[in-house]
Design a protein around this ligand. Structure first.
Ligand SMILES: C[S@@+](CC[C@H](N)C(=O)[O-])C[C@H]1O[C@@H](n2cnc3c(N)ncnc32)[C@H](O)[C@@H]1O
Length: 236
């Protein structure tokens, strides 16, 4: 892949709502929580900022974003500026969250935890959440184990060091100290994609990124019975 990754594709295509179910599933998950203009919320790995923008527009909440990819940061900033949204965005890693203990009422991780050091990031999420604060995540999850060769193909594409089953997520969350852990499967399969994709293309992009897009489609179809996602919620 010439050194380019799936994340280079997401960043250069400026994919908004780059998680299964897109913004509609996000809205549905948020509507089940007690969010108000008093809520302090971190969109962890916020990408181009679609969800962060919605959190302000819908709830007038105090919204913060953290994102590691500079192209994503630039596109999220431009979204917030254009829409004149008072959202604070920091370039950084969710493995070392640059906020004080007990800061947030909610942390959202929409397809981000799966791609990082999970114990490290979960420990950080737990630290910066207030007591009673909620973690809301939408993360890649295997329906069952696959062969070593199949696992290698998926891990190589997404550049991850592990593929988690539901019980693995549960164990990680428990080890980090979370309570009231719920892990829910959705009816909507990964292979249906995001029904309302949003793009903010960079003008300079390597045509190789189209191969990555194709490869992603192939992986999703090939593993449609095993490679899935779960909505994970938990309380500090
Ligand atoms: C699949 S995308 C999802 C983006 C966004 N949450 C959304 O739903 O549109 C994953 C995002 O996580 C970001 N990311 C990956 N590792 C990260 C880290 N360690 N800290 C912060 N962001 C990270 C990537 O740059 C990318 O924007």
């Amino acid at each position: 892949m010439g050194g380019l990754t799936y994340f280079d594709f997401l960043a250069k295509f400026g994919v908004g709502g780059a998680h299964p179910g897109g913004i509609h599933l996000t809205q549905n998950i948020l509507s089940q929580e007690n969010i108000s203009e008093k809520s302090v919320i971190l969109d962890a790995g916020c990408g181009t900022g679609q969800t962060a923008a919605y959190l302000y527009q819908q709830y007038r909440a105090n919204v913060f974003g953290i994102e590691i990819n500079p192209i994503m940061v630039e596109k999220a900033k431009s979204r917030f500026q254009t829409l004149q949204l008072p959202i604070s965005l920091i370039q950084g890693s969710i493995e070392e969250v640059p906020f004080a203990d007990n800061t947030f009422d909610f942390i959202l991780s929409e397809s981000v935890l799966a791609f990082v050091n999970k114990p490290k990031a979960l420990q950080e999420f737990y630290r910066v959440l207030k007591k009673g604060g909620r973690l809301l995540a939408n993360e890649m999850t295997m329906n069952r184990l696959v062969s070593d060769q199949e696992a290698a193909e998926i891990m190589n594409f997404y550049a991850v060091d592990s593929l988690l089953l539901e019980k693995d997520w549960e164990n990680y969350l428990k080890s980090a100290g979370f309570q009231n852990i719920k892990i829910e499967e959705q009816n909507f399969p990964l292979s249906h994609g995001n029904q309302t994709p949003e793009f903010n293309f960079s003008t300079d992009f390597d045509p190789e990124l189209f191969h990555i897009l194709n490869e992603h489609g192939n992986i999703v179809i090939k593993y449609q019975d095993t490679l899935s996602y779960r909505i994970i919620t938990a309380t500090k």
